[in-house]
Design a protein around this ligand. Structure first.
Ligand code: FAD
Ligand code: DLZ
Ligand code: SF4
Length: 516
């Protein structure tokens, strides 16, 4: 035979680099379901079903195009359980001239791949993942020599380089509308009369149902339920999901990007991260579809720019940063946080309605939108000083779109500030007032968001001031922390002491228990 071409579970794109130049008469594609990838974190049941079902559908599509696919199932009795083991077995079966793969999405997988040439005694080519809009060497060049890395400046370069949402001609060439960023117009609370349209659901077909049964048998104790499984598992479904977003939700995406509402998990968000991360959708196609809606007058600029900024800006930026900073990045713990995860994060009882809403929705859908991840669980973890390693494992485990290249910078950097400010210039710390401003969670909560001390006081309040006080010295040099530090310094000592006592009592109390 010719070459063995390896396609991983999040490389499900017909134009993936490993398939470039494939000779259907001689080459074979290897895809392998392995326990190692299913257990390196205790994935949500929906993530397991999504990954395995999407892999099976993709293999069937390749096969229908006349490509020979050697597909190893999880329950194959000979399955060794690892990518390396399955590649080694496949090399013995096919005796290829060499192996071609694509750069993976996680450091630990790259480490394994680096050993393959020696262990297999064959040429192994690992090609760049060309599905991203910013090649890694380009990101490295951008980052080189900069004292501080900031998404906004990277994003502007990406806008210029891709031409997305740019008006190059005319008297005032530059970003469409004259402004790079409409972030200030992305902060509305959901008004009482606004009902988000339900997103399109994709009912499980026979392939997905078979995988659901497999997952329920093999991973019965994993977090999450499968009842509401509705993720796109093919490129055609992913494109339909994108079209549904563009037609029904994009126009109001900008206004309500930061809003949260009880019983409204999706609001006007796109639900495209799972498809993007698996390779079922391309980031450029998402941005172009949004831009076309703006040009056709079907969506306002604040919505379209906001959406494109998430994909062309944040998504590419965090990937660049991950590969620039790994492997040391994962071990950073700038704020020396060490507290274990409370049981409430796995569905245990809590009086905090914000946490309850986000965890329940996460259990049922394997989804929470950005502000829920950042400002509810993320903020709580930051204020309470939860151990970054445990928090990262939780985010990797519970979301259907979780892959380390995107999860780690968001959690470790953006939410926990464990990187000391590499990704964001200040910690995203907030008291209950922020959650109250952006949601209706507090209205339905057993705690009183207006109170900072006392038995029913919102825990976020005392935890917030205790956090600022705990890191007072570190934040003193940060001009963006000037306001809270000034307020702290103006507080009478007895108020500071009361807030500290309130926070300490909460942290030692039943809400922080780690088991049922
Ligand atoms: P929308 O809000 O509709 O945004 C559109 C797209 O923009 C997303 O699909 C995503 O591809 C991209 N995007 C938006 N924000 C970000 C961001 N901060 N970083 C990278 N891409 C972004 N995203 C993941 O894909 N996987 C993760 O494991 C993940 N973990 C996160 C952990 C934390 C603590 C935080 C704060 C954010 C995390 N995000 C992660 C980013 C973001 O929350 C999700 O991409 C988003 O909620 C997915 O839902 P959506 O498709 O409806 O997004
Ligand atoms: C997420 C996932 C799961 C659950 N299972 C597999 C698998 O069995 N085989 C596989 O090739 N890939 C799987 N994946 C995706 C990988 O975890 C992903 O390719 C790596 O983390 C690199 O990003
Ligand atoms: Fe969360 Fe506090 Fe609001 Fe309750 S009052 S929902 S704990 S922010």
């Amino acid at each position: 035979m010719g070459v063995l071409r390896l396609v991983l579970g999040d490389q499900l794109s017909p134009d993936i680099a490993a398939l470039d130049g494939i000779d259907p008469d001689r080459d074979v594609v290897l895809m392998a379901e392995v326990m190692g990838e299913c257990t390196y974190v205790p994935h949500h049941k929906q993530k397991l079903v999504l990954a395995l079902s999407a892999m099976r559908h993709f293999a069937a599509e390749l096969h229908a195009r006349g490509v020979a696919v050697d597909y190893i199932r999880l329950d194959d009795p000979e399955n060794t359980g690892t990518l390396t083991g399955e590649l080694t077995r496949a090399v013995a079966r096919h005796r290829p001239e060499g192996v071609i793969g694509t750069f993976p999405g996680e450091w630990r997988v790259l480490e394994a791949m680096r050993g393959w040439e020696d262990s297999l005694g064959l040429p192994v080519e690992i090609r760049e993942d060309t599905r991203f809009l910013c090649p890694l060497p380009r990101f490295r060049r951008w980052a080189q020599g900069r004292r501080q890395l900031r998404m906004e400046f990277f994003y502007r370069e990406m806008r210029r380089e891709t031409g997305l949402l740019m008006d190059p001609d005319g008297p005032d060439p530059g970003p469409t509308g004259g402004q790079w960023n409409y972030d200030a117009e992305n902060r509305r609370r959901l008004d009482a009369g606004t009902t988000p349209p339900p997103p399109r659901r994709f009912a499980p077909d026979a392939v997905t149902e078979e995988v659901m049964a497999l997952v329920e048998t093999r991973f019965p104790a994993n977090f999450g339920t499968l009842d509401a499984f509705a993720w796109p598992v093919t490129a055609a479904e992913a494109e339909a999901a994108l079209a549904d977003f563009i037609a029904a939700r994009l126009a109001r995406f900008g206004d309500y990007q930061d809003a949260m509402a009880a019983g409204q998990p999706v609001l006007f968000h796109a639900l495209v991260s799972t498809s993007l991360n698996l390779g079922l959708l391309s980031p450029r196609a998402c941005c172009e579809a949004a831009e076309a809606a703006y040009r056709a007058g079907r969506a306002p600029l604040n919505a379209v720019e906001g959406f494109i900024r998430q994909i062309l800006g944040w998504r590419e930026y965090v990937r660049g940063l991950y590969w620039l900073k790994m492997p040391d990045y994962a071990g950073l713990n700038a704020l020396e946080a060490a507290r274990p995860l409370p049981w409430s994060w796995w569905g245990g009882e809590t009086r905090m309605n914000c946490i309850r809403q986000v965890v329940r929705q996460t259990r049922d859908l394997a989804y929470a939108h950005h502000i829920q991840r950042l400002m509810v669980t993320g903020n709580f973890a930051l204020l309470a000083g939860l151990d970054p390693a445990q928090v990262n494992e939780w985010y990797m485990a519970v979301y259907a779109d979780a892959y380390e290249w995107v999860e780690l910078p968001n959690t470790h950097g953006m939410a926990l500030h464990a990187d000391g400010g590499v990704i964001a210039s200040k910690p995203y710390a907030a008291s209950g007032a922020y959650i109250n401003r952006m949601s209706d969670y507090c209205r339905l909560c057993a705690y009183d968001v207006k109170a900072a001390t006392g038995p029913d006081a919102c825990p976020m309040n005392a935890l917030y001031w205790d956090f600022i006080a705990r890191h007072e010295r570190r934040f003193a040099g940060n001009p963006r922390m000037g306001m809270p530090l000034q307020t702290l310094h103006r507080m009478p000592p007895e108020k500071r002491a009361a807030l500290h006592a309130q926070a300490a009592a909460f942290l030692a109390g039943p809400e922080m228990r780690t088991e049922a």
